[in-house]
Design a protein around this ligand. Sequence first.
Ligand code: ADP
Ligand code: ASP
Ligand code: MG
Length: 407
Amino acid sequence: MPLVVMKFGGTSVGNPQSREQAVHRIRTQVEAGYDVCVVVSAMGRSGEPYATDTLLSMVRQVNEDVNAQELDLACACGEILSSVVMTATLCRQGLQAVSLTGWQAGIITDGRFGDARIRRVQPDFVLEHLSEGKVAVVAGFQGRTERGEVTTLGRGGSDISAVALGVGLAAELVEIYTDVDGVKAADPKLVPDASTIPVVTYEELCQLAHEGARVVHPVAAELAMRNGLALRIRSTFEEGVGTLVTAGDVDLEPPPFGVPLRPVTAVTTMDNMAHVEIDFPAHWDSSDELRLFRLLADAHISLDMILVTPFRKAFIVSAEKSQATRVALEEAGFTVCITPECAKVTVVGGGMRGVPGVMVRVASALHKADIDIIQTADSHMSISCLIREWHMQEAVRALYRNFYLGD
Ligand code: ADP
Ligand code: ASP
Ligand code: MG
């Protein structure tokens, strides 16, 4: 039988009405003749009783220093409860279903508590239940180490569980059901009427996810790409086919008359960043450069938008690492200038490869909106600009307009 993995996010399982919608989606696939493996997130978002943030803060209120292993055990409860509630809902509606924890579903990870990587998936137990005609409802975001310790996969990690199970079960398709009707040309929280992209490539989705588009976890996007797994992102609440993720070049509809060919598919943002600049005196050499980067590595500080020139080194770090960065560098004798409250805004598009004139459009859109660019970085399918955080929404809208993403 063909097999589909259907993943439902926090808002899709957060209350009885949402779960009814989810059941409707699941029933549709069962009636279409699929074996169905469902993956669920914890119910609701921050503030709601069984959401991941609520469970984390419940434990942290008792002891701020509780270790990551204990937190993982607490968090895992959210998804387990959610899978049981979803199973109960499915059974009440006349479907046969069974709930499974991540480890019962065979998700084995390394021991990085709070941010574990999946080592292998051994879904025999899932297959057994599917062969008995049941819907298997797996708790997302969790696994266990070889030694049996419970781990979680990092925030938003249920997407990873879904894709990993899709690979392990040789699914025909993985569907990510969420509160928006697909991957959009901009975060609808910043551009409320942002258009939905019917088709994106794996590469574009990976880039978007890495650059902050929360709709799919970047590791899930990468895993789907590496395994050529068909992926669709769609709404739990609205009809529609959502966004299909494909390999290779996308045959775009030709643009309307008078509108230039589109080099950019979407614009995305990452806020809460700090810009770090270090001046290098003329007599310093490459050993000082190595000393600088070695010491940041030893302090487990991850760098992005790295710029190296003979007299200046610059990069960004997350705001929470800003103070640790300053301390580490100043203690080692470096002169540091940190600009807090920065945001990275990125245009992404497979169509920009080798096309001249994209940067001038980015720069002119931002300059027309009176937004200064602090630094840039680029890849073969993206251009990122660092700006001050308070300009973020205006920057996204200016780029969205300039690249005709609403048309
Ligand atoms: P879930 O709980 O279903 O996993 P998430 O909150 O993780 O949902 O992801 C969905 C959210 O991603 C949307 O509500 C939207 O605000 C945000 N988002 C950011 N960028 C985009 C984008 N380009 N397209 C669609 N959604 C986006
Ligand atoms: N519940 C987890 C989180 O909030 C995992 C997920 O929703 O994907 O991060
Ligand atoms: Mg998510």
